[in-house]
Design a protein around this ligand. Sequence first.
Ligand code: IPE
Ligand code: IPE
Ligand code: MG
Length: 248
Amino acid sequence: MTKLDQNNLPQHIAIIMDGNGRWAKQHAIGRIRGHKKGAQAVRATVRTCREIGIQYLTLFAFSIENWGRPTKEVDGLMSLLEEYLAKELNELHKQGIKLTTIGDIDQLKPSVKEKIISAKKITANNDKMILNLALSYGGRDEIIDAVKQIVQDSQNGIINSDEINKEIFSKYLNTCEIPDPDLLIRTSGEYRISNFLLWQLAYTELYFTKVLWPDFKKEDIFKAIASYQKRERRFGLTGEQLEEKLLN
Ligand code: IPE
Ligand code: IPE
Ligand code: MG
């Protein structure tokens, strides 16, 4: 297993879990069965991140754009989500994991939404890791919603437009209680963001792997983190400035 530096772990990992459909095609089975296998990879990944000591794990499970897929596939994904929540809740709770979501869960099937609300309540006081599921989520939609809310608050005298800055704007996003991701992983060899966390990824380290999501294993997470640990995060400064900062 790849060795990790426990003193330089990403606090927040976000994953675009892609490639279930292609995995199914490779195995000559239907797409839903690919998603089912993908759900197993979710279980393993959550467990691994919890073991390593990752504090925040955000998983892109369903995008706003995914609503445009064939009804059968959307229904299959919703059923799998419901099944995942029902089956995993005890385990998540036992591991001290708190469940949160970003995206518009009002768009989900009522039975799925209820399960999410109840899982959030049950796990609300857990503090070992936050598992944040992006459901019916779109980055641009999130930004527009924030702008609408700011305009409303400004009209109601709650906020003054002169005070709006990056920190205040962040507080209007779905991720208001979560730090920006340190590491973004996308599987399946696609090199794009697909409307995920557009604001939050400003200084995130990006890691792309050809591995299809259902094949994503513990060692793949380790490799991604090891790659992250080799990077120098400069945030616009020079390498020399960073070295100086480290010395002081
Ligand atoms: C990711 O796998 C799961 C979702 C987007 C819900 P895909 O279903 O996108 O798999 P590919 O990209 O077709 O292989
Ligand atoms: C992104 O994957 C969304 C999720 C992983 C839930 P997609 O498969 O929907 O993205 P595109 O269509 O390839 O950009
Ligand atoms: Mg895809």
